[in-house]
Design a protein around this ligand. Sequence first.
Ligand SMILES: [Zn+2]
Length: 342
Amino acid sequence: MKPLLPTSTAGSLPKPSWIAEPEKLWSPWKLQGDELADAKRDALSLSLHEQQQAGIDIVSDGEQSRQHFVTTFIEHLGGVDFEKRETVRIRDRYDASVPTVVGPVSRRQGVFVDDARFLRQQTRQPIKWALPGPMTMIDTLYDGHYRSREKLAWEFAKILNQEARELEAAGVDIIQFDEPAFNVFFDEVNDWGIATLERAIEGLQCETAVHICYGYGIPANTEWKKTLGSAWRQYERVFPKLQASSIGMVSLECHNSRVPMALIELLRGKKIMVGAIDVASNAVETPEDVADTLRRALQFVDADKLCACTNCGMAPLPRTIARAKLEALSAGAAIVRRELSS
Ligand SMILES: [Zn+2]
């Protein structure tokens, strides 16, 4: 029997200081070649161990082999020139120098499939694997070939589907697509964003998820959040269509956010990964803080469809803080689990 209120993370976890400089987002690697390949596997094993020590039920690779949640995937594709860079506005929020699409995009071989196999060998617990979503991918590139956001998104969806099928075959139980762009481009999400996501999960038998958040705790995101007013209703614009889609689970930012919890009602029927850990603050939640967020969510989600999660990835946090937050997440979920079964 599956445990009630299983715990999981949105994705990334801090890396050990011997592989990349800690407490820094998109920190470059400290090693190269075979040494780096070895170190990535060691880091993955360690990350799994830390999740297990903290009592996390649905584990992941902690994204230990990626420098960036989008570009590391794109680096493995054909048709993208990483030398040719253009400055674009990311999610209408901040400028970044990004690679250019110079020809038809294609996937030459598996990107994370070996890593997923490696993780599968080490645990019998359910595994969740995160991939970037099509819309967030196109928003992190300059397109000098298709010259159409929608067209490029459909091409990426095909590529993501190839990767997802191989991840499933490698033993992954839940495949998650990260789509922070869903919180920004509402018309596009409804016109073709959700449709491309459904193309990415076509033919999968395993569980599928989409993660929609307000981003890492970096200044550009924190400043943006200040402009959103007292009630963040962005989710409201995309939930109805998402509810009608074939995506199984939705991962959301809830703790310390101004998202009205009642919006989750719009997703009734879906499994909800409720963010009960704030990743934009080093203050460690108490188990009671976590329990409180989960209890509020339970007004709008059936208990057998609720999963306790983090708001977003924890890559930029100090390792000790991230570990303490995971422990709080487990302890908080345990409190509510006891309440539900008594
Ligand atoms: Zn996120």
